[in-house]
Structures are given as C-alpha cells and as structure tokens.
Design a protein around this ligand. Structure first.
Ligand SMILES: *Cc1c(COP(=O)(O)O)cnc(C)c1O
Length: 498
C-alpha cells in the first residue's frame, strides 16, 4: 500500500470520528430497563412541574456498543504518560505509580466526608500529619500548610504570608518583589495579585541570578526575592546563602519556588540554604497525576517567624496524641482553600514518599542523570545557550536549525510523528527559541535513547528536508492547528444544526 492509501484507510477507521451527537439516530437506546413493579411516582407532584422535563433536547440516541467504541477510540487520540515519555520541561511529567491510586481510592479515604468531626476523622488527619512531617524533613523548614491547590496558589499564599509578616513585624509590608528574568510566569502574576510591584532581575552569563545587580536592588522597598532553584534553565543557583544574607540584612525575605524539588529532594534542603518560605508542587515532584488543569497541591513551608500567619485551620496534635483542627489563630492570613486542600492528591503524595523512603535521593539522582544523558547525546546537534551543569532538565535552543528556517515549535511538532510528546517550547523567555527537556527519573536508558534517536533524526531532517519538519505533524488526525484561534476563539460547545 502506498502512504496515501494507508492514510485514506486510516481516515476511514477513525479519522472521521464525529461527535457522539452526530452519531445519534432517533429511537436508538443504550439501555433496557425492566418493567416497573412498583407504583409510578408523579415527579411533577413531588418536585414541582417547573423542575421536570419530558425530554432532554438534543440528547444523543446511541446504542451501548456505539458509546463504548466512541469513547474508547477517542481515548487513543490522546498522548499520556502511560503511553510514552513526556519530556515537557518544568512540568515534571513523571510516572504515577498505580499503588498511589489504589491507596487514594480506599473506601475510608475516598468516601470520608470533609465535615466529619475531627474525633471521627483521626485516620485522615494522621495522613495529613505524616505528610507534613515528611515534607518538613525533605525541605528543612519549620511549619507547613497543605491547603493550596496548585503551585501558583502556593505562591500567592506564600506572598500573603510575607505581606502579613512584614506588616506585623516592621509595620510595613513593603512595595516590591524581585523576580529573575528566567522565572516561571506564575511568579510575577502571584506577586502582582498580592499587590506587589514586580521588579525584574537579570540572569548572568552562567544562567544564575546576577548577584551584583541583586545587591544594588535590595532596599527598604523590597519585601522579597522569588527565586526558583534549580531555576528554569535547569541551573542550580549556587549563591543561595549569600543571597539570603543580603536580603535578611536589609529586612527582606527569600521565597523559593520549589516546583523543581525533584532536583533537590533527598540531597539538599532549602531550609538549610536560607529560604524563608517556599512552595512545593506535589503534582510534580511527588508524583500525582496532573495536566489538563486537574486537582493539584502546592503546600507552603515556612520558617518559624512566618508560622503565626499560616492559613487556618492548622492541624494540632494534643498531648494524648489526638488530632484536631485549630481555627483560632488571630494572625493567620485566613483560609485559602476549603477542606484543608485536595485530600486525594495529598494521600497520593504520602503514598509515594513512603514507598520511596530514603530512596527519594535515588529518584533525584536519576532525574539529574537522565537530563544530563540527554544533554550529552544531543549537544553536538542542538545549541546549548548556557554551559552551566544541568540539574533535572536541559534547555537547548533552535539557533542551529533556524538557519534552515526550522524553529523550536517545528521540531516539537515533528516529535509527535516520532511517537513522543513535545518538550516545552519558547520557555524560559530568556532563551530565544527554547527547547526545554525534562525526562524525569521515570525513563529507562532505552526510552531516553529512543527520544535521543528521534531528536537526532529530526536535526538531520532539518538540514536535508526542512519542509517535512516545518509542516509536521503528519501522522496525526489533524495537522497544524491555528493555536491562536484555539486559545482566543475556542469552540467548546456542540450546537444542533438548524
Ligand atoms: C509548574 C510550575 C509552577 C506553577 O505550578 P502550578 O501547579 O501549575 O500552578 C510554578 N513555578 C514553576 C517553576 C513551575 O514549574
């Protein structure tokens, strides 16, 4: 068969899969109910006539097998971490062990009502206590809240703590937050949401924060520096202790974006590096499923001086070992999320940490090893804008491929044809045409080698037949989409044809 024939045949099978509404045919039904053997209730009378309808307008009428096949086929259109490597830099798409899912679904955990009184929820509260202890051991901090539902909400919470602390202890929350130009976009957004002005700090030639510039910029207007470590270039900020000293001398605080703790866990503790407040992304480092905006958890860990401001309620352990939730904290910034956070995510994170135990260090070392292996195997073909050692991720640029008109987005799209999810494109902003690759520790050498082979083959194509790369992907049901229109004018709802 020719390529064209294959494509045609394939389109016939599933490329033309319409919406389930479009498969509807009047009179078809996906279920069969037994005859009623009790008196029929009059719903109109029970609920009120205005709440009862005879029919659901436009509801698809399809058989059971059509429904099952439709959704089964759709599920194969998606890429998933359970399908292959997902080298999306900064996102830490590691494998989510099945045992975590099993634990989170246990009856006593999955069905526990969040308003159950504390004396009847001791098991669940113990899980929260144990997770807090584990996170404090890993971060070297003094206290932690598990409430925030994402990294970004953790940032907002952490900055609210800084605001409350400075106001309380210095009588002035100060005006500015310093943020390096390599930072994740959520950092300036969170600072601005807290009411702070954002001041950018340059990175130096090594990809670290420009220390001389920092010394110049820290004054009595600066509330904090928000630093990611390792930063989004995958480079470790080596001068943490000096940076903390400069800030502390001048009454400011050090915030660490700990979304990248998978490069430090078990090896170095931010608490020992002078960090005052940080957030963690449990849905990245501690392996709970994420992507698609699903539930996450961004716990915020602090040093003693910030503890009084932590959100309510705080978990307290009484002398007899009973656990309870304390709402009576006059200096607290208040509640940031209902029900103490996304409990299911917290359960998965604890299961992951307990399963690894001290082996968490091995996971960190493997994550760093994998990133450096990929770096070594690709650095002869792709430009490496910063030569500093890589931690958990490596950032190349498309500078060499650009000569043939091939950009990072083209290479990323072509990776799809080779069976991989694309890496992160165009971030961090300080690297023009960035290719940000994070294999994570989950990948074996064999899987890394497949990815490397794909990247090498694409570099070759970019030289010899650049159009193939520029028009990729070719193997998917749809090719290049208008991504701007998809974001600005999304069509999210099916409407019946008139
Ligand atoms: C992912 C990430 C965030 C944001 O976390 P969300 O859970 O997506 O809100 C912040 N900073 C860095 C460095 C990240 O990688």
């Amino acid at each position: 068969m020719s390529d064209d024939q294959i494509k045609k045949a394939r389109r016939h099978v599933n490329q033309s899969e319409g919406l389930i509404f479009e498969r509807s045919a009047e009179g078809k039904c996906g279920m069969e109910l037994p005859r009623l053997d009790v008196p029929a209730a009059d719903a109109r009378q029970e609920l009120g006539a205005d709440l009862v309808r005879e029919d659901v307008a436009g509801f698809p009428e399809v058989s059971e097998i059509e429904t099952v096949r439709h959704f089964t086929r759709l599920s194969t259109w998606n890429y998933a971490i359970d399908y292959g490597m997902y080298p999306l830099g900064s996102c830490t798409m590691k494998y989510n062990p099945r045992v975590n899912e099993f634990v989170a679904r246990l009856d006593g955990l999955a069905t526990e009502h969040p308003y159950q009184p504390a004396e009847l929820s001791q098991g669940c509260l113990r899980i929260l206590r144990d997770l807090k202890k584990a996170l404090l051991a890993i971060t070297g901090m003094d206290a932690v809240t598990l409430e925030p539902a994402a990294g970004a909400q953790g940032e907002l919470t952490g900055l609210l703590l800084i605001h409350a602390c400075l106001k309380d202890t210095q009588g002035n929350p100060r005006k500015k937050v310093l943020i390096p130009d390599s930072a994740h976009g959520t950092n300036p957004a969170s600072a601005s949401l807290t009411g702070y002005q954002v001041q950018n700090i340059r990175s130096d030639a090594s990809g670290q924060i420009d220390f001389e510039e920092l010394k110049r910029l820290v004054n009595e207007d600066v509330a904090a520096l928000m630093l990611t470590n390792p930063n989004t270039l995958g480079v470790f900020e080596q001068r943490m202790a000096e940076i903390a000293a400069v800030l502390h001398e001048r009454g400011a605080l050090l915030y660490m974006d700990g979304a990248n703790m998978n490069a430090l866990a078990g090896v170095a503790r931010p608490g020992d590096l002078g960090v005052d407040v940080m957030h963690l992304n449990l849905h990245k480092t501690f392996s709970t499923p994420h992507g698609g905006g699903g539930p996450g958890a961004g716990p915020v860990a602090v040093k003693k001086r910030l503890e009084p401001y932590l959100p309510v309620p705080q978990l307290v352990e009484d002398a007899d070992g009973r656990l309870r939730l304390n709402e009576d904290r006059p200096k607290s910034v208040g509640r940031v999320k209902a029900f103490g956070g996304n409990f299911g995510v917290l359960v998965r994170a604890l299961a992951y940490i307990l399963a690894y135990g001290p082996g968490i260090r091995q996971a960190t070392e493997d994550a760093v090893l994998n990133a450096n292996y990929v770096r070594k195997q690709l650095e002869d073909l792709y430009e490496l804008p910063y030569q500093s050692p890589s931690m958990h991720e490596v950032v190349f640029s498309d500078a060499r491929q650009k000569k043939n008109g091939v950009s990072t987005i083209d290479v990323a799209k072509r990776l799809i044809d080779y069976g991989f999810h694309p890496y992160t494109t165009a971030f961090p902003l300080i690297v023009h045409g960035a290719m940000m690759i994070e294999p994570t520790e989950s990948e074996s050498k064999a899987e890394c080698d497949l990815f490397i082979d794909a990247m090498r083959a694409i570099a070759e194509e970019a030289d010899t037949e650049p159009d193939v790369v520029k028009t990729a992907p070719h193997s998917t049901r749809v090719s290049r989409l208008d991504e701007v229109a998809a974001a600005r004018k999304p069509i999210l709802r099916w409407k019946p044809q008139p």
